[in-house]
Design a protein around this ligand. Structure first.
Ligand SMILES: *Cc1c(COP(=O)(O)O)cnc(C)c1O
Length: 318
């Protein structure tokens, strides 16, 4: 009698062999010391030499789904400096699955694009109008015809699956608290673009600790709505979070005060920041600390969400 050999689900993600472990480090900066506030930084920029930042965590559940449905790889979209496509392409190369990137705009060379190509990602440039159509019904259809074995992932790896992948950050911090001599913490502080990463923490905390989001995008970008949607889909009954304006005039808007703050912080603490997300987030925290938003003795976890690779190509323009 022939034995049954069910085809094992092709796993894109070798979870048992590679679990990213972001280090948690104490931050020593004089404006924190003055206020009597302690901050530890969760270094998502240091999980791997190539796969960096919150975008990796946002991909985890998408990769698991792709494995479950038997996909051979991932197709997704982003811009010419995209941290999301960079993490995806690096993961594809590391773990041996195919990646296709649909890019905004017209073909251009950036450090990110060169990396994507070196990682073996196949690129298609959609122009600006073509990229704007990404939310329209039927957008994915021709791409799924062309790449029937690839699993589509939305821009930035967002939505509830993206948030679920970020939930594990809570446990990763919990496991490292004792090493800092901390028995607990009072909240999280992190940059928000879509709010997906923040939503993941809100789900993981379920009200135990508040999550503070520094908005790297203007108020009208719908971050609160995105968080509400994810929290609603997940059915969390006690979401505790607060959003702070941090965009300084718009997404990717950079000003001298911000650049000086980033440089000084790097010199004082050795922590590399970029101005689009992590620099704006830490500067917004400084402003809130100086405004007395947090009581003396407060302990916060600041998430370094990565993004250093994208800034390579932008810094020359500033
Ligand atoms: C994408 C990104 C963010 C924003 O993450 P969301 O989950 O969209 O809020 C923050 N920091 C960096 C460096 C990013 O690349």
């Amino acid at each position: 009698m022939p034995a049954l050999h069910p085809e094992p689900a092709l796993m894109l993600l070798p979870s048992s062999t590679w679990l990213p472990q972001p280090p948690l480090e104490r931050v020593d900066l004089d404006w924190l010391t003055h206020a009597g506030i302690e901050v530890a930084i969760l270094r998502l920029d240091r999980i791997d030499p190539l796969i960096s930042g919150n975008k990796w965590f946002k991909l985890i559940e998408h990769l698991k789904t792709a494995g479950r449905v038997g996909a051979e790889g991932i197709i997704s979209l982003g811009g010419a400096h995209s941290n999301h496509l960079h993490a995806l392409a690096a993961a594809g190369q590391r773990f041996g699955f195919a990646t296709v990137g649909l890019l905004r705009g017209h073909p251009q060379e950036t450090p990110t694009v060169r990396d994507l190509q070196a990682f073996g990602m196949q690129l298609h440039w959609l122009g600006y109008g073509g990229y704007r159509a990404r939310h329209e019904a039927g957008f994915w259809q021709p791409w799924q015809t062309q790449y029937p074995t690839l699993h589509p992932v939305p821009e930035g790896g967002g939505g509830l699956p993206g948030a679920r992948g970020c939930m594990q950050l809570r446990a990763q911090v919990g496991a490292q608290l004792a090493g800092l001599g901390w028995s607990d913490y009072d909240g999280w502080w992190l940059a928000c673009g879509t709010g997906t990463t923040l939503a993941g923490l809100v789900l993981a905390e379920a009200g135990d600790h508040p999550v503070y989001g520094a908005l790297a995008v203007p108020d009208d970008h719908g971050v609160a709505q995105q968080v509400e949607m994810i929290v609603g889909q997940a059915g969390v009954s006690n979401p505790v979070y607060e959003l702070f304006e941090a965009s300084r005039g718009g997404f990717a808007k950079v000003d001298p005060l911000l650049l000086e703050f980033i440089e000084k912080t790097g010199q004082a603490s050795g922590i590399p920041l970029e101005p689009l997300y992590t620099g704006k987030a830490l500067l917004a925290l400084k402003q809130q600390v100086e405004a007395g938003r947090f009581a003396q003795g407060t302990r916060l976890i600041f998430i370094h969400t990565g993004g250093l690779q994208g800034w390579r190509g932008l810094s020359s323009k500033n």
